[in-house]
Design a protein around this ligand. Sequence first.
Ligand SMILES: [Fe+2]
Length: 161
Amino acid sequence: MAVSKILETRNTDIDAKDRRKIAGLLGGVLTSTYELLLTTQLVHWNVKGQIFFSVHKLTDEHYNELFKSLDIIAERMRALGSEVPVDGVNKEFALHAKVTGGDIPHMVEQLAVLHEKAAAHAREVAGESEKAEDIVTTDMLVDCMKFHEKAVWMLRAIIAK
Ligand SMILES: [Fe+2]
């Protein structure tokens, strides 16, 4: 996601070039987190079958966590001096979010794969924030990774045979 050219002054000892780069990368994390949230809700609303309640309840917990993450990620972008794009986020995530299968194992596996991708994405961006010694962003992304990796475990455990 392209971040606005406007970068506010922050005398926090993180180079402006690094702040711009990291904020741009966080914009991408924001977009994919929205996509995962919406896909999680689509499963939450459409799941049916024998283990309906487990999946319905777990997805409820997950989309609430994802909603909290969105605010934390966007506010980190602001703290880095970047704006949060007002016209790109919704368009991008809405285009990609969809449930690709109707049965529970397929739906749950789709979510597990999205969480794996989100963990890998957060790890990649954390590599960049670490290089810039932006410990706060790295710490935030470590929390994201913890959440996604735990979600993968729980989702896969639900459909394990
Ligand atoms: Fe609900």
